[in-house]
Ligand binder design. Structure first.
Ligand code: PLP
Length: 367
């Protein structure tokens, strides 16, 4: 329970999670993979909220959670999530030490695409008497990174599979910017073709006598293109649970917008008004925010730190009125807050903490 019964009582800006919409998204993704071989591995970076990750897992058809940073992985492990893929390269002694420590508590895998990094990870695992699962990252699309798919990746896998302290578990293959292609047919085609490169690499690794149980990748904008592709085992959807208007323009209304920011009109004159939230409470990765339930407005200034200036001819808004603002990219908004206000209509259901925000030196191991 919270001390706020309705969203009207909240101080602003406040980060709202529309629970029926989020629940719809969770169930829709769960339903889409029913009967398929691939499982969901929702990406935590989109919301950084452990209770929400647990709802995603509880809905079923998931094999674990994806994380982008060590702090995210630690928040998940501390929160009781027992299968985390750190879909990133961890470079340097401090990070490797922390990774190995986490992996001793539960399944925490990381990605590698360089021999030096793999050797350093192996040495740290041996030092700590542990064995860390790794995925070799392959580059399946432009503007992404990793090893070239095919024989070069197989040669790398041969090396790392032989390293003590490491357990080769499979391939990481994410196609990055492809998810943002606007033409749906082109996006699906590119996603499918790139993921086929990963499937082919997986087959080559297995033909070389090395088990390759995992092939993990895909995202909200593209996962259905590879849903029926044999050989893909995990889908790393992130944005689908919160959604935003930018994703909706590309993926339709399969998923509903669950994230908004509640803001207050702090000044109104003529055809303009000002809201008490700016780029520090909205993010601005993909352009200006939209206003829920308003038509004919123009966001005149959205990159101010704590304000948004809106033009709306003939508006009747008064100082103190509340509006719900829809950021362009939900994944660059949630981390700006310390909690989600979980609501159903106007009723506040709960507050859920947001973890692993900011970059915290106090979590790092002493060198
Ligand atoms: C490694 C990785 N996997 C998956 C995703 C998919 O996220 P989303 O579903 O939000 O596009 C991303 C997003 O950038 C990513 O970096």
């Amino acid at each position: 329970m919270t001390r706020w019964r309705t969203i009207h009582d909240l101080p602003t800006p406040a980060l709202l999670l529309d629970w029926p919409a989020a629940r719809h998204n969770i169930l829709a993704a769960t339903h889409l993979v029913r009967g398929k071989t691939a499982r969901l591995r929702p990406h935590f970076k989109s919301h950084k909220c452990v209770p929400l990750a647990k709802e995603q897992l509880a809905a079923g058809n998931c094999c674990g959670i994806t994380a982008a940073t060590l702090d995210e992985a630690a928040a998940l492990v501390d929160g009781g999530v027992n299968d985390v893929l750190l879909a990133n390269q961890l470079i340097g002694a401090q990070k490797l030490s922390r990774l190995v420590e986490l992996s001793k508590r539960t399944t925490v895998r990381a990605c590698v695409d360089s021999s030096d990094n793999a050797s350093a990870m192996s040495a740290e695992a041996i030092r700590q008497g542990a064995r860390v699962g790794v995925l070799a990252e392959i580059k399946i699309a432009p503007k992404r990174w990793g090893l070239p798919p095919g024989d070069e990746a197989v040669a790398f896998v041969r090396q790392i599979a032989a390293l003590p302290g490491l357990r080769f578990d499979g391939l990481q293959a994410y196609y990055g910017g492809l998810a943002h292609l606007h033409d749906a047919a082109e996006r699906d085609e590119c996603a499918l073709r790139s993921m086929e490169l990963a499937v082919d690499t997986r087959h080559r690794i297995e033909a070389a006598g090395i088990a390759c149980p995992i092939l993990s990748g895909a995202g909200t904008g593209t996962f259905w293109a590879v849903l029926d592709l044999p050989g893909v085992t995990e889908l790393q959807l992130g944005s689908y649970v919160l959604m935003d208007w930018d994703f909706q323009t590309r993926t339709g209304d399969r998923f509903q917008i669950a994230l908004s920011v509640l803001a207050t009109v702090i000044s109104a004159s003529g055809d303009e008004f000002v809201l008490d939230v700016g780029v520090k409470g909205l993010g601005n990765k993909l352009g200006p925010p939209r206003l829920l339930g308003q038509q004919g407005y123009e966001v005149l200034r959205y990159a101010a730190e704590e304000h948004t200036v809106v033009g709306l001819p003939g508006h009747r808004l008064k100082v103190g009125d509340r509006l719900r603002v829809l950021p362009s990219h939900a994944g660059c908004t949630a981390h700006l807050y310390r909690q989600f206000v979980v609501h159903e209509g106007n009723s506040v259901r709960d507050l859920w903490p947001i973890s692993a925000t900011g970059y915290d030196l106090t979590t790092a191991e002493a060198p």
